[in-house]
Design a protein around this ligand. Structure first.
Ligand SMILES: Cc1ncc(COP(=O)(O)O)c(C=O)c1O
Length: 464
């Protein structure tokens, strides 16, 4: 019985409709019955068991069951528990597969996205008009595999000024998001005979998987309060590269300690290894000047990867690599010798957007807005959930909320039933990493301004 229930939960992406727990649960149950995922006659878990699984009050489940009995979806009999009514489900047509229903959560606190409702549409359109009017015909053909020179020039100025990157347009290669750049680097590393690229013990599995797909293994470096323990790179046999998030470790939020930065560079110099620097949200630092890029310490041993996904919008799929000089041709070769991935009109628009100062203005305005959200998050938790510690708040668009041991799963489930999407810390732990603390990774960049207060309120309500 427990097994059949276990198959019917957040893992099957059943998400409640609406904000209330009880009505969310009722909607999800109706949907499961309607689509045949809960077959007629199936016995449901007791309200006590389900309430414990979901981390909600028993009465919430009991009330939802009672209403669904009254509506005819379920039956309840002394001794045989609560079951799906025999006539409740419209049987799916023969051969039809019941697909899990994905609904948008009412509140989205998933990390990974900025507030896309703040995309500077008017300024972007103005930049596009200016850029396309001035563009030579050649800009609309198959182009230089490094990307448009206008964008590489604008990026070189910006990255040197704002991120301390040693940047020359000749060694910049535009790519279609960080993921594209990482996949290209995976290919190049394998062509160099590298077999392993170390990664941080917390990060994104999609990134690790890209390296694995390129034929590399991904041993992990433990992450602590000073970032990744880069001093351990020397002892890791066969490692030819390391992927780091130095400005703001993802997702724990700590900057890489100066000693650890130096250790990474020392390792790269002495072993001939390469550092892949993921500077995904380096612009958003709130307590002081942004931490400069590691690449400035040794541009011939560090590949700097930046992206417009946090500063502007992930949908643009625009990112850039600043490469050691010796790697530029190889990366262009891995790209296929042509610009096939990033649309040149968008590259020209971004170039103009940066050149005109609109990028700086946008980043400054968003920094203020995210900082305000970060403060509101910290204040709300201090007032309504003072026992919970928030960390990783000095920068970026997400924070880590530490939870009492053993509660991570149930809090996320309760959040799902509240229509609140968030991610647990364990989701970002490398499979070879030591077990770590329980926590939530809260993306405060994602909600629109109008949805922010409701999301914050929902978060405070689901904490144990
Ligand atoms: C750690 C990290 N690196 C890089 C990126 C950016 O990826 P992309 O440029 O492919 O959108 C993200 C986006 O969520 C991220 O979280």
């Amino acid at each position: 019985m427990t097994d059949s229930w276990a198959a019917f939960g957040a893992d099957l992406h059943i998400e409640p409709v609406g904000a209330g727990l009880r009505s969310g649960l009722m909607n999800a149950l109706r949907e499961a019955v309607r689509t045949g995922r809960l077959a007629p006659g199936t016995r449901l878990p007791s309200s006590r068991t389900l309430a414990a699984d979901l981390g909600v009050a028993r009465n919430t489940v009991a009330d939802a069951y009672a209403e669904l009995v009254a509506e005819g979806w379920l039956t309840a009999r002394q001794g045989s528990g609560t079951r799906v009514a025999r006539r409740a489900a419209a049987a799916p047509a023969a051969g039809a597969r019941s697909r899990p229903v994905r609904r948008r959560p009412a509140h989205n606190l998933m990390p990974g996205s900025p507030d896309v409702s703040s995309f500077p549409r008017a300024e972007w359109l103005k930049a596009a008009r200016r850029a396309l009017t001035a563009a030579p015909d050649a800009a609309f053909g198959y182009d230089d595999p490094r990307g448009r020179v206008e964008l590489r020039t604008a990026l070189a100025d910006y990255l040197a000024r704002a991120r301390g990157v040693y940047a020359d347009p000749e060694r910049i290669v535009v790519c279609s998001g960080f993921v594209d750049g990482l996949a290209l680097m995976g290919k190049v590393l394998r062509r160099h005979g590298v077999r392993a690229a170390a990664v941080e013990s917390y990060g994104l599995d999609i990134h690790w998987n890209l390296l694995v797909e390129a034929g590399l293994s991904t041993p992990c470096l433990p992450v602590d309060a000073h970032g990744a323990r880069t001093g351990e790179l020397g002892g890791a046999a066969g490692v030819g590269a390391v992927l780091l998030t130095p400005a703001h470790q993802f997702p724990t939020g700590v900057p890489l300690h100066p000693g650890r930065r130096a250790a990474a560079v020392d390792w790269a110099r002495s072993s001939g290894g390469l550092i892949l620097e993921d500077d995904y949200d380096g612009e958003f630092r709130y307590d002081r000047q942004p931490v400069g890029a590691l690449q400035g310490l040794d541009p011939e041993r560090v590949v700097y990867l930046g992206t417009a996904s946090k500063s502007l919008a992930p949908g643009l799929r625009l990112a850039w690599m600043v490469l050691p000089e010796a790697l530029v041709d190889e990366v262009c070769d891995a790209k296929g010798g042509r610009e096939w991935m990033s649309a040149t009109p968008d590259q020209l628009t971004l170039a103009e957007f940066i050149r005109s100062g609109a990028y700086d203005r946008h980043v400054r305005a968003m920094r203020l807005r995210y900082r305000r959200r970060r403060d509101q998050l910290v204040d709300a938790l201090a007032e309504r959930a003072p026992d919970f510690r928030v960390s990783g708040i000095a920068a970026g668009l997400h924070a880590v909320l530490e939870l009492p041991e053993g509660t991570e799963q149930s809090v996320v489930q309760a959040a799902t039933w509240q229509g609140l999407a968030l991610e647990r810390l364990a989701r970002f732990r490398h499979r070879d990493a030591e077990p770590g603390r329980d926590g939530l990774v809260i993306g405060y960049g994602t909600p629109s301004d109008s949805g922010w207060a409701g999301a914050l309120d929902a978060l405070c309500r689901v904490l144990p």
